[in-house]
Design a protein around this ligand. Structure first.
Ligand SMILES: [Zn+2]
Length: 272
């Protein structure tokens, strides 16, 4: 049994064959956490989790969906069906979604400074806005005693500063930093989320040095398809096995050992 701790089965990419994709995962005994990125996708994640065995939901607002006139954010086509662009975080609405027993985390939330305004003044405002919405969602997680699924892109210092000031459980999803950064997160009690990006970036050192009891595996599907499945293929939960295999190879241990440990970690963190 494997656990894909970060999938987006709620995205448009699965509109034609979502049922088949879920069946394939169920057949292989793969448990999935379907992760929301704004209200609409969070709602979809809850609906999907409610109607499918072995699927759980995370609800939250990704920083790229924050309503702002500071920058014209590039919209992901996968989520194009969920326009209009930009959302103001409404805690009460998310709180209502969290009434479902299938909601196991707040995510994905975090900071993303990849697309940013050009002037310093606007950039500062932009960062402050992201931090504010991130903190509001961390407070929601605290209120509901739920772990968090954190997205961080080019924002380590600010993100770490915020997490350090609180007592939260969670995972840094799609980790792409250094082992030193990973260690700082682990010292706060966070897990490190590893996915198919390990075929693109050199995370060898991080994987070798991160203890097995701190690693979670994920796909981030439909994105980041492991190389073993071919370049242009859409990713899906069953491909999480390639991530497990690569971790096993790098650590020089068996597939089963990685599968067992990461599943145990996911069960513990998300209480599933
Ligand atoms: Zn994601």
């Amino acid at each position: 049994m494997l656990t894909d701790t970060h999938s987006h089965l709620n995205f448009k990419a699965y509109d034609v064959d979502r049922g088949e994709v879920i069946k394939r995962a169920q057949k292989e005994g793969i448990v999935c956490i379907d992760v929301g990125t704004k209200y609409e996708t969070s709602k979809r994640a809850v609906e999907l989790a409610e109607s499918s065995e072995g699927i759980f939901a995370a609800i939250g607002m990704h920083p790229i969906h924050i309503k702002t006139d500071l920058l014209k954010l590039k919209m992901d086509e996968e989520e194009g069906a969920f326009r209009p662009l930009g959302e103001e975080f409404d805690k009460e609405k998310y709180k209502k979604l969290a009434r479902s027993k299938k909601v196991v985390a707040i995510g994905e939330i975090g900071l993303d400074y990849y697309y940013k305004p050009k002037t310093t003044a606007r950039l500062e405002k932009f960062k402050e806005l992201q931090k504010k919405v991130f903190v509001e969602q961390l407070e929601l997680a605290e209120e509901l005693s739920l772990p968090v699924i954190v997205h961080c892109r080019m924002a380590f210092a600010d993100l770490y500063e915020i997490l350090k000031a609180r007592k939260l459980r969670g995972v840094i999803h799609c980790f792409t930093g250094t082992i030193e950064e990973a260690q700082q997160y682990m010292d706060l009690g966070f897990y490190i989320g590893i996915n198919g990006i390990i075929d693109k970036l050199d995370l060898k050192d991080v994987i070798i040095k991160t203890p097995l009891d701190r690693i979670l595996v994920e796909t981030d599907c439909p994105y980041l398809t492991p190389l073993a499945e071919g370049k242009d293929k859409r990713n899906e939960p069953i491909f999480v096995k390639h991530v497990v295999q690569k971790i096993a190879n790098l650590k020089g241990i068996s597939f089963d050992e990685v599968a067992l440990a990461t599943t145990k970690n996911a069960k513990k963190l998300f209480s599933i």
